[in-house]
Design a protein around this ligand. Structure first.
Ligand SMILES: *Cc1c(COP(=O)(O)O)cnc(C)c1O
Length: 401
């Protein structure tokens, strides 16, 4: 291909900078253990927080729907691709979230890319957290609204931006991840709702890592922080993480959902999800609704991991989520630590620049509700022994591995 020389040069530069990505290959169902790159690993690096991606009931739901209804949706949802399962899933999402209605998109990424430009455009203001997910950033760019970025998690700064700029614009929207994927910290939604409401603005929360994880029965970050149902709040989420399937959604008022149905281009100009995916998402949501204890189990395992790593002398951030970063500092150290863990059978990825600022590289562990207490102990043992060998633990707590 005539651009191959250019491409090769670019790829070589990534190699030099240590930024070349080579995706690991998964050859098993997603579970607490996985076959990754030809070896069995204890999985502490997935978004499969409730283990539902490999759950036999969810698999059966996919299989039944696929056998009865076929594979593809065969059309955009506004034409012939709106299978009844979409409507059922949307009703169930709305009921779960306590909203009037919901709309399902092909993915979480597609939901943000479609919903944000459907809600704001030229002449509107978006006030955005500096660590928001790429799909939010891309949705904002596509919207052509004016974007102002506030320092991470700083509701007061968001308020100051609104105070200074709100009057120049038609609509204003504060936008944030509910749970931030890099550190597992939680957005200050009560503060953001308060400043938004005092400036006639809305808050759009992307709860990709919050639904199924935080709040009453896994109802998400807004529920966790006591702001669900606030009229200023628009809740978006994904079916692909804790719910183990695929798809994104927005839940809210009937009028909001009607506007998105007409205006969200990623909804209008893309096929509906296949029946197997829709039915597996429905099944996962029902499991979450009927067995809310899994959310408590997840919180218990996450707390055990945080405590265990802390006791072993590692630097972990406090928090309520299953995302547990072990802070290393330099990128090489994080890569070596993750590599040693992998050699010992524990998969937990190194997170390095450009994902995080230089000097703040870490190994990030994500906990699953299906991890046993023994799995947690083993993970602590492997990572603390590896960190000790690399000279990353200065003070050894007595009794640690
Ligand atoms: C993962 C993620 C998405 C994308 O969701 P997909 O369903 O994987 O497309 C969007 N927003 C945030 C905050 C995410 O973490």
């Amino acid at each position: 291909m005539i651009w191959d020389d250019e491409f090769s040069a670019e790829i070589e530069s990534w190699d030099h900078a240590g930024l070349r990505r080579r995706p690991s290959v998964l050859a098993s169902a997603a579970g607490r253990t996985c076959a990754l790159d030809g070896r069995d690993v204890l999985m502490f690096g997935s978004n499969n927080y409730l283990g539902l991606a490999g759950d036999s009931r969810v698999r059966d739901a996919a299989m039944t729907a696929t056998c009865q209804l076929g594979v593809g949706s065969s059309g955009s949802r506004l034409l012939s691709g709106n299978h009844a399962l979409n409507e059922e899933l949307e009703r169930e999402i709305a009921a779960f979230k306590g909203a009037e209605a919901a709309l399902v998109f092909a993915s979480g990424y597609a939901a943000n890319l479609g919903a944000i430009p459907a809600l704001v455009g030229r002449g509107d203001l978006v006030v955005s957290d500096e660590l928001n997910h790429a799909s939010i950033i891309d949705g904002c760019r596509l919207s052509r609204a004016e974007v102002r970025v506030y320092p991470h998690g700083d509701a007061r700064a968001a308020g100051e931006l609104l105070s200074g700029e709100r009057h120049k614009y038609r609509r204003a929207m504060v936008i944030t991840d509910g749970v931030f994927s890099v550190d597992g910290d939680v957005a200050p939604l009560p503060g953001l709702c308060a400043v938004a409401e005092s400036h006639d603005a809305v808050v759009y929360v992307d709860d990709a890592h919050g639904v199924g994880v935080l709040g009453h029965g896994g109802r998400g970050t807004a529920s966790h922080l006591g702001v669900s149902g606030r009229p200023s709040l628009i809740e978006m989420g994904t079916l692909s993480k804790a719910l183990g399937s695929l798809g994104g959604y927005v839940a809210g008022s009937r009028a909001l959902i009607e506007v998105l149905t007409h205006q969200a281009r990623s909804f209008v100009f893309s096929h509906g999800l296949p029946p197997g995916v829709l039915n597996s998402a429905r099944c996962a949501l029902r499991i979450l609704r009927d067995e809310p204890d899994v959310v408590e189990t997840l919180a218990d395992r996450s707390a055990r991991l945080r405590a265990g790593l802390g006791d072993a002398g590692l630097r972990v951030s406090p928090g309520d989520t299953p995302i547990v970063p072990v802070h290393v500092g330099d990128a090489g150290g994080a890569t070596r630590l993750a590599g040693m863990c992998l050699d010992a059978g524990l998969y937990a990825p190194a997170i390095r620049p450009p994902t995080v600022p230089a000097g703040t590289s870490r190994v990030r562990l994500s906990v699953m509700a299906t991890h046993t207490v023994a799995d947690i102990h083993l993970a602590v043992k492997i990572i603390s022994a590896s960190a000790a060998k690399l000279g990353m633990i200065r003070t050894f707590a007595p009794g640690s591995p």
